[in-house]
Design a protein around this ligand. Sequence first.
Ligand code: EPZ
Length: 419
Amino acid sequence: MEKLVITGKTPLKGEVVISGAKNAAVAILPATLLINGICTIENLPNISDVKLYCEILEKLGAKIKWNSPNEITIDTRNITSHIAPLETTRKFRASYYLIGALLGRCRKAQVGIPGGCNLGNRPIDQHIKGFEALGANVEVLQGNIKAKAKRLIGTSIYMDVVSVGATMNIMLAAVLAEGTTIIDNPAKEPHVVDLANFLNTMGADIRGAGTDIIKINGVKELKGNATYSIVPDQIEAGTFMLAAIASKGDITIKNCITKHLESIIAKIEELGGNVDANGDHLRVWYSKRLTKANIKTLPYPGFPTDLQPQMGVVLSQASGTSIINESIWESRFQYTDELRKMGAHVTAQGKTAVFEGVETLTGAPVNATDLRAGAALIIAGISAKGTTEIYNLNHIDRGYEEIEQKFRDLGAKIQRVSE
Ligand code: EPZ
C-alpha cells in the first residue's frame, strides 16, 4: 500500500504546466471507435483512467502505438467486438462512453454498469433516453447494459438534467446516425466542446457544442488520418490555483485556457487572492488573509463541482463563516470528515457545508475518499502545520498526472511511500 507523506506550511512558488484534460481524454479515446482509420492523439494525460481505456480499446481490436507517455497513434480499422470487458469497465465511470461509441460503430454494445467515484446516486437515465430516441433498444441485465439498433435515426432530444456524460454519449451515438440530431439543454463544459472538436477533426459534422443547442448532422464514415491535441485540464489548473492561495504561495500556471477558469478566478478574487490571467497562463498569489465566501456548484460556466473539495480546504482557513452548496453530487462532502481530523471547523448536512475558518490546519492521517477529495487533502497537507499522511492514492492516480512531482517542483515537501 502506498501513502503520501506531506510536511506542511510550505508556500508554493514557481511554475507548473497543466496536462491534457482527463474528462476530455476519457471521451475521446472511446470516440476513436467511430473512426475507420488511424488517428494520433497528443496531450493525453498520463493517468490510470487513460491506461484502462487503452486496455479496453485493445481488447476490442484497436491497435495502439505509444509515441511518448502523452501521445498515441491508434488504428481502429479492425474492431472485432462490441462487448467491453466487464471487469475493466466496472472500475471507472467513464466506461459508459463505450455504449454510445460501440452503438454508433457496431449498432450494438454490451458494457458493464460503470463504477467510479462514490459521489452518491449516479443514474444514466438521460443517456438511455437519448439512445432510445435515436432508435436503440436498451436493457440493463445482470450487471450489463446492452444496447442494439437496426438503424440509428437522428431526432430532437431534450435533456431533463444538464448532464456532461449524457450529452457526450448521445453525441457519440449520433455522429454516424442517419439525418440530424438536436441535443437541447446540453452540458457546455470544455470537455464537451473538445469531444466535438475531435470528432469534427476526424470527419464529423457537429455544430453548437458549448452553446444551448448542439446539432449533429450524421455522416457515413469518419476517416480519421488526423492528429488532435487534447484541451488543457480546467480542473487540474483550478486545483493548482487553489493550492497557491491555500499555501500562501505565488505560482504561475502554464498551458491552461484562462477563459475556462473565469468562475474560479472570480471566487479567488472575492476571497482576497490575486490572479493575473494572460491567455494560456496565469499567475495566482496570496498577499493577505483570505476572507469568507459562499459557493454554489453549477454546470459550466458555473463554479465546478470538481473543484468544490479543493475550495473547501481554502474556506476552512479563510476568516469568517463560508457556506458551500453542492448542487450536483449528493455525497461530495465526505472529505469534510477528513478535514475535521486536521482541525477544520466544518459541518456538512445534505447539500450544504458550513465552514468556520480557522487560522491553520494541523497534519493528520487522512483518506482520499474520491479523486477530488484526494487533491483537496494534498492542498490541506501542504498548508497545514506538521505532517499529513494520505491513504487510498488509487483515486488520485486516476485523474492527476504526476501530482506529487508537480507539487514538489513548486517546493512542496511531499513523498510517496510504500508501506
Ligand atoms: C462528469 O460526470 C464528470 N466525469 C464528473 O467528474 C463531474 O463531476 C460531472 O460530470 C459534473 O461536471 C466525467 O466526465 C468522466 P453528469 P457525469 O452526468 O457525466 C444527474 C471528476 O472528479 N444525472 O454531468 O457522470 C447526476 O446525478 C468526476 O473528474 C441524471 O440525473 O456527470 C448529477 O446530479 C467526478 N441522469 C447531474 O446529473 C443522468 O442520466 C450531473 O451529472 C445523468 C446525470
